[in-house]
Design a protein around this ligand. Sequence first.
Ligand SMILES: CCCCCCCC/C=C\CCCCCCCCCCCCCC(=O)SCCNC(=O)CCNC(=O)[C@H](O)C(C)(C)COP(=O)(O)OP(=O)(O)OC[C@H]1O[C@@H](n2cnc3c(N)ncnc32)[C@H](O)[C@@H]1OP(=O)(O)O
Ligand code: FAD
Length: 671
Amino acid sequence: MTKGTQADVNPDLKKERLKCNFNIQEVTFIIDGGKDKTLQRKKIEDVALNIAASIDEVPEECLNLKERYDNAVRKSCVYSNIVKNELLEITGLEALGSPGLRRTADAFFKDVSPFMLHLGMFVPTIIGQCTPEQQAHWLPKALEMQIIGAYAQTELGHGTFIRGLETTATYDPATEEFVLHSPTLTSTKWWAGGLGNTANHCIVVAQLYTKGQCHGTHPFIVPIRDLDTHEPFPGVKVGDVGIRMGFNTADNGFLRFNQYRIPRENMMMKNAKVMKDGTYVKVARHEKLTYGTMVFVRVTLVMEAAFNLAKAATIAVRYSAVRRQSQPKPGEPEPQILDYPTQQHKLFICIATAHALQLTGLWLWRTFEAVLADMRKGDTDSLPELHALSSCLKAVSTSDSAALIEQCRFACGGHGYMLSSNLPLLYSFVTATRTYEGDYTVLLLQTARFLVKAWEQAESGKVLTPTVAYLACAAAKEKVVWSDSVDGMIRSFQAVAAGKIAACAENIKRLTKTGTSLEDAWQLSTVRLVAASEAHCRAMICQAYWHEVTRLTASCSASVKIVMEQLATLYLVYWALETTGDLLRYSTICESELNKLQLKYEELLALIRPNAVGLVDAFDFRDEILHSTLGAYDGRVYERLMEEALKSPLNETSVQSSFHKYIRPLAKGKL
Ligand SMILES: CCCCCCCC/C=C\CCCCCCCCCCCCCC(=O)SCCNC(=O)CCNC(=O)[C@H](O)C(C)(C)COP(=O)(O)OP(=O)(O)OC[C@H]1O[C@@H](n2cnc3c(N)ncnc32)[C@H](O)[C@@H]1OP(=O)(O)O
Ligand SMILES: Cc1cc2nc3c(=O)[nH]c(=O)nc-3n(C[C@H](O)[C@H](O)[C@H](O)COP(=O)(O)OP(=O)(O)OC[C@H]3O[C@@H](n4cnc5c(N)ncnc54)[C@H](O)[C@@H]3O)c2cc1C
């Protein structure tokens, strides 16, 4: 954070910081995943942010579309050099996935870098889908930025249904080449970040044909532009998809092929190969390993959701400590809006959710690494569980994060609507994460497939994998006894999930017994399947969050343990109150217990109140990363709003030319 001198800090924020009764740094270490991670992040920030501080002369949002893109490319090149020459020096290749790198990128770009997909998907796909020889060829070029790549899977006609993609890659043994072709308008690749004008290479997912047979979708590395002139190669038509709600500097593009040839070796051959004579050889032990990059990105998106929500919460809580409004008690000064319980209700769940998602995300990352280690030994047994886990966690975390960022904007009143608050841009960025890398509903339905199967296994007394082990107890189908202890609440959330999964399984069984096909019975049950999957995910987040808080605070100071537990309890109680209908159905909770729960929630808000600013300070965002007039460390909200307003091009002259061209002629009846 940029602390400046204490004298510059808004007096209300100063007082808030004096009230804080826990060690902020200890909480920062927990959120970052350990003291070493915090120190590494800060080192990276120190290097990168010195340069970022003076990177923009004019605010990004004041530039026109083309200028914004050019400016984003300029900054991406500066940033790439820092990554290559400085950050990789500090931490080696590990820097690429480090929170420090992710955070510092935000100091350079308010919107999105056109290189994001290069680092976010092109490089990971090379690592995950190429043979060691192919990696040795492509990876150094990509890391040195000698080539810039995009990931083009989605088409104009299909995003979700990958098996329905239309682009073809047909092997020609005579020349040992693949011929890429886009047979229809709807087969045009669409949406790939960095593709429109920036990338010279692209990972293309296409239907592989060899010896007259289709073997389904496979990834290929495709050069699309000349490295010197940057002109698209003959047979390649590429461009920008048009103006979007956000991501306008991300250069999302379209791509069409007309019988375009690439060497056989450009097929990414870790999981399947085509031999010189055209023989197709399957290498992978699991059908869906070609979907590996998507699983990887879904896993990372859970922490991405936490990160962005933490930024919004920091902005809104600091602003709410500075902002004073209304007069609930006659004759008394206007209170800080943070003192209103309704404001606390809007904001403390944002802090708690950021913690919940960050700690669950770190746990998911460790699970992902364990599954990868198993797969390196040839064991793919845990892949279905990882797919189910990452699908629902990606769906719920991105959806919650987007909704709560919007809530933070509402919590900032009119000033939250200013682009300079950074809340609108944060929202438009995060709401896209609910759609990309697998739409919310679609991914919850993927998890539901796993849950229904697990339910059937539970009913037949089979041993269940860890994340669904709770179904074994629930197979007895009795209402769970409600208790407002943490364990009691988690048990109840699991009972709700189990009850909903059981109801889905029963409904499918009932329908199929009466002659409905299994596919139709599934479709007729999808509304409840999505709800069951979400309930399962919520129970899992509650369990993982509480488990991680207990584990990570075991050796912390007492005050940190208390505040972390208060937040985690708030998260559980909040969701119990949000889902009272479900609890009434699947647990023994009654009216008086619901009243008790509401009181407990209100008590927690009051307990957290004095630590609210300390808790957001613990996210440790430097001002350069927050980019917010409302959320800066010093709380000089009104001064910053005025300073930013004066940067608007509309304030460059006191009279606009449109006055002379239109308004005056209109007033004089001469238009
Ligand atoms: C040095 C360089 C410096 C540069 C500096 C630059 C600065 C950069 C700045 C910052 C860097 C930060 C980077 C970090 C951020 C990362 C951001 C990334 C941004 C990403 C943008 C978006 C990209 C995309 O959107 S790509 C496209 C994604 N598309 C999708 O997700 C499509 C969704 N659809 C599907 O996944 C599938 O089609 C499906 C799962 C819905 C259905 O597939 P299917 O039809 O084939 O399967 P079935 O439904 O029939 O199921 C069959 C069976 O398979 C199981 N299954 C399905 N999927 C999987 C899987 N993935 N793994 C395992 N198993 C799977 C399924 O469960 C079924 O099993 P059953 O047992 O039930 O039969
Ligand atoms: C900002 C942004 C960046 C992107 N970047 C990339 C990129 O770099 N590379 C890339 O390849 N792609 C990218 N995408 C595309 C993205 O992955 C897809 O948009 C996403 O996977 C959703 O697919 P779709 O657009 O086909 O939606 P659709 O599948 O058409 O969804 C439309 C609606 O239909 C519903 N629906 C679809 N199928 C089902 C089903 N089986 N059951 C129930 N409901 C269903 C959905 O829930 C949704 O409500 C990006 C998208 C965005 C918005």
